[in-house]
Structure formats: C-alpha cells, structure tokens
Design a protein around this ligand. Structure first.
Ligand code: PLP
Length: 454
C-alpha cells in the first residue's frame, strides 16, 4: 500500500522546511542530522504533508491527542475563550480555570481534589517532587529505571531512560529501583505473581538500605509509557501504596501519558483502585490543543500549604485558553464516551489483532497493553528475547528499527518507535475501522523487521 493522496503544495512545503532548517532548534536532536516532515494539516487520526501524502497517526503526536486533531467542539471553545478573555494572571479566580479544576478533580481518583496547573508534564512532575519534599521534610525521591518523567531539571533526573544521562550528575536526590516487567524481569521471575512479590521486596530493601526517614516520595508512571507500556501486575500498585503508608512516604503517580482515557479508564490508577497522594497529568487533559498540565493534590498535602505559602508558581498557571480547551475536551470525552471506547478498542480490537499479528511475525517478542496503549517488543530471537536493536542504539546499530519505521511510513502509517519497540497509541477515539486499517499496514511493515531475526 502507499499513502492516501491529498492535494499537494510542494513549493509551500519547501518554504516551510527551509525556514525550519534555518531557525528551529529541535528537541532531542543533532540538528544537522534530522529531516523533519513539513506537515500541512491534520484532522481526526490523520495528518498530511505538502507533497500530498496522508498518514494514519498511530502516535497521537507524542501520545497526547487523545481525541484526535481539530475536534470542532474544542476548536470552537478555544476560539470563544480567545474572544472573551485570552489570558489572565494566575492569582485571580477565573470562571474557566475554576471549571477546569472542578472537572479534573471530579475525575482524579479518590480525594485528590485540589489542582495546581502547569504548562505541561515536566513542570507537573517538578512541582509534585517539590510538594513531596516540603510536605515530608525529606530529600530523596525513588523512581524506576524504566521511566520517563520529563526534561526539566528534577524531572529528567527522575527519568530512568538514557535521555537522563547527559543531565545527571548524581546529585539530584534521586534513587532508582526496578519496577516490575516480567518479560525482561530483573528478578528472574517466571510468573506475574512472582514478579510482583519480588519487585515489592526489592523496593522494600531499597528503602531499608537508603533509610526510610530520608525518602520523601516514590514516583511511578502508573503504566510506564515511553519506556515500554508495562502494565503492572495485579497487586503491585496496592503494594507500593501500603509501603508508602508504612514509612510516611508520598506516593506520586505520573499519569501524564496514561491519564485521560488512554488506558480505558479516566486514570490508569482506577484499574488498580489505588489512590496516590499526588497525581501528575498533562497531554490528554486537553489533547494538547493548548499547553496544560498539573498536579492533583491530596487533602493532607494541601493542608501543609493551607497556612504556609507554597513556594512555586508559573506565570501561565491555569491559562484561560488551555483551561477552556480542557473543559471542552473533558465534556467531549463524556458526551462521546471516549473512555469506554478506548477500553473496548483494547479488549475487542487491539488486543486480539495484535496477538494475531504477533503469532505471524518472528520479530514480535511480546504484545502488551490495554485500551489505546499497546507495545510490540521486537526481538532478534523469540527464545532469547534479544532486542531487535541494542539498548539505546543509534546509527547503523539501529538500522533494523529505522527500516521498520520507514516501511510503515511508505504504506501511509505513522508509527511510534522507541528503541526496539513500536507502540500502538492512536487517538482514543479512533474508530474500529481506522484501527484495523492501521493494523493491516503495521502487519505489512513487520515483515521488514522479520528480515532481521537471527
Ligand atoms: N511524564 C510522563 C509519564 C510523560 O510521558 C511525559 C512526556 O512524554 C512527561 C512526564 C513530560 O511531559 P512534557 O513533555 O509535557 O513536559
């Protein structure tokens, strides 16, 4: 298959690209080694370039357009808010900010009823860490090796993945541990129950040897996202909650990627019935139409700052345009049943189809996920589970994954690729037909990955 064709304007595309190359400094990139696609437009689960190629987006941007691109009701809400009040400083009570906070608080688990707004996920993590340290008076935070928490100073140090290395001087007060991941178990476990028990024992040991009274918080992505979509085994999150309670440690769940319907619940914590002390969110809260993130705060931590000022803030905290987008997004998700739809996509479409695809391809080592949140772990050998490319591979060593990604794009599917994995993370309101169409293209492209099986 080749990409669906739409009207082209190559001259405009060339101008967009030239200005980008001249002036835009891109994230995470060696600037001269990248070749960003010039995008002309986007709608729903599709976007298109200036050469007339339309792509089915299996990435939701960076896993954030949970309701797809250009939802007319959210676009209209942003336009209406712009006409009414584009901006106002954070110290004031503003109708749309109050409403966004109410709608978020009503959906976050348990009694997380106070919302501190930020401009994105990293700032949410940054502030959650600060709140935990001030609340407990303790310095250290424990985080998982297989994790991503953002790119600002504390958030990048809390991050486990290699993007941390360049910014990590080992002075950030972060201690890392292994969270459960049966397929690549750090504990030689052979069942989910064993993995859960051993991961909890390892966490307890880490706390005992670090000194419980020095630990402010444990932060976990409820379902780790960029690091590989590892749904935690039954009992793990409840076990961490119990450990935190026993030692007076703040439990932070990072739901920046897993929140707002992605897993088929409003928050992934709902699957485990666990309530953290702090919950960070961003991305899906308004599908990224205007930058917004935040921290949902427990009564006990809110009480710490009831009569003592919270030493943190942002000029754009609770920006009216971003809050209007959040109000409209949450209302749209309710009206259109997006969360239940994502759950059904997981049980009825992605789960069965991806397992079927995996059975046909020797390069697929494991399929895991739920809702609209799936990973294929690609391997050179299903027996040894050797990853298709080495950890953090670049250049020639990463060629098999690059070839797989190129094969997807040549069919009109835009894939999410990270190390030896591809993630199936489209908008949560993708139709079953669109999802199946993308899965057919994925199936086709996986034959390229199969060529690298040893
Ligand atoms: N936390 C998690 C779990 C994320 O996936 C991300 C981004 O991918 C972040 C935090 C950082 O969010 P942002 O890029 O909005 O700063």
């Amino acid at each position: 298959m080749t990409p669906h064709r739409v009207p082209a304007d190559p001259a405009k595309g060339a101008a967009v690209k030239a200005a980008d190359r001249a002036h835009v400094f891109h994230s995470w990139s060696a600037q001269e080694l990248i070749d960003p696609l010039a995008v002309a437009g986007a709608e729903g689960v599709h976007f298109w370039d200036y050469d007339g190629n339309r792509y089915l987006d299996f990435t939701s941007g960076l896993v954030y357009t949970n309701i797809g691109y250009q939802h007319p009701k959210v676009v209209a809400a942003v336009q209406e808010q712009a006409a009414k009040m584009t901006t106002f400083a954070p110290a004031f009570a503003i109708d749309v900010r109050s409403e966004a906070a109410r709608l978020v608080a009503e959906r976050t688990p348990g009694d997380l009823d106070k919302i501190f707004f930020t401009n994105g996920g990293a700032e949410a993590v940054e502030n959650a860490a600060r709140m935990a340290r001030l609340h407990t008076g303790r310095p250290k935070i424990l985080s998982a090796f297989r994790s991503y928490h953002g790119a600002t100073s504390t958030a990048i140090n809390l991050t486990g993945d290699p993007r941390r290395w360049a910014s990590d001087t080992a002075t950030s007060g972060v201690v890392r541990f292994w969270a459960p991941f049966l397929y690549r178990s750090a504990f030689y476990a052979t069942t989910e129950a064993e993995e859960c028990e051993r991961a909890l024992a390892h966490l307890e040991d880490t706390i005992a040897f670090e000194g419980p009274a020095s630990i402010a918080a444990i932060i976990l992505e409820t379902v780790p996202g960029t690091a590989g979509i590892m749904v935690p085994p039954a009992g793990y999150l409840a076990g961490v909650r119990e450990i935190c309670d026993r030692y007076g440690i703040v439990f932070i769940l990072d739901e920046v990627m897993s929140g707002f319907g992605r897993t088929g619940e409003w928050f992934a914590a709902d699957h485990a019935d666990v309530v953290p002390d702090l919950l960070t969110f961003a991305k899906g809260v308004n599908s990224g139409y205007v930058p917004l993130g935040g921290v949902a705060i427990s009564p006990a931590i809110a009480e710490t700052f009831a009569r003592r000022p919270y030493p943190g803030g942002l000029t754009y905290s609770g920006h009216p345009l971003a809050c209007a987008a959040a109000v409209a997004t949450i209302n749209v998700m309710e009206e259109e049943g997006v969360v239940a739809h994502a759950a059904r996509l997981g049980t009825d479409v992605f789960g069965p189809a991806l397992r079927e695809i995996a059975a046909r391809h020797p390069s697929v080592g494991e399929v895991r996920g739920l809702g609209a949140f799936w990973a294929l772990d690609l391997v050179r050998n299903q027996e040894t589970r050797e990853p298709l490319v080495p950890y953090n591979a670049t250049g020639e060593a990463n060629a098999p994954m690059a070839a797989f990604a190129a094969a997807c794009k040549s069919t009109g599917l835009w894939p999410f690729v990270n190390m030896n994995r591809t993630h199936v993370v489209p908008a949560c309101n993708i139709t079953a037909e669109e999802a199946k169409e993308g899965l057919t293209l994925l199936d086709e492209a996986l034959s390229v990955a199969d060529e690298h099986v040893a």
